[in-house]
Design a protein around this ligand. Sequence first.
Ligand code: A5P
Length: 234
Amino acid sequence: MTDADLAKFNAAQAALDYIKDGMIVGLGTGSTSAHFVRALGERVRQGLRVKGVPTSEATRNLAEQVGVPLIEISQVTAIDVDVDGADEVDPAFRLVKGGGGALLRERIVAAASKRMVVIADESKWVETLGAFPLPVEVTRFGFALTQERVAEALRKTGCAGDEVVLRVSGKANEPVITDGGNYILDAHVQRIANAEALAAELQAIAGVVEHGLFIGLAQTVILGKAKGAEVKTL
Ligand code: A5P
């Protein structure tokens, strides 16, 4: 394992302390969350009884492979704890999420959870959000117009950058389609001056399904290092 991977692994291991027998657990998406799902699978094999609510089809597949029992979100009234990664975390525990394109289900699961535990390698900790492009999930219908409105929102709220790019993948540069059947725009904001104002502006745009600014959701942040992990609580 590389040091970065080890740091993710250590954060994921430390998150197991928050999991108790009988809990319903939100399962995040991304490489750090994948470490957590595998670690949880190991605990399940040792006798732990939990049920997981996956935040993406990728996480659903992994959880099934490693033997974490799943439950549909429509079958639960609340989730005890959600363990998920992040692309950036600031000292107020505001997050940029969605690098893996799973932001819509991630927010629904986080919002339904009594506690959100963020697991990340320490490189994700930043003083100011924005170096990582902010993902915005949009409907395919009218996406170019929505793209314009998103750029306007960046300018209006004082972001350092206003370039907004449709996320594509593969040799053919096909637009990425999310689990919800939408497109992702990556907003190259560079530096977010006012995260709350930007979140409100983005939310108000017709065609925006969800954005990657998660504010007021995380209570615990576990920063993994090559050796061990640091737990921060608000
Ligand atoms: C998925 O949509 C994202 O929100 C991930 O949580 C985020 O990209 C972190 O991924 P890594 O753990 O792979 O860095």
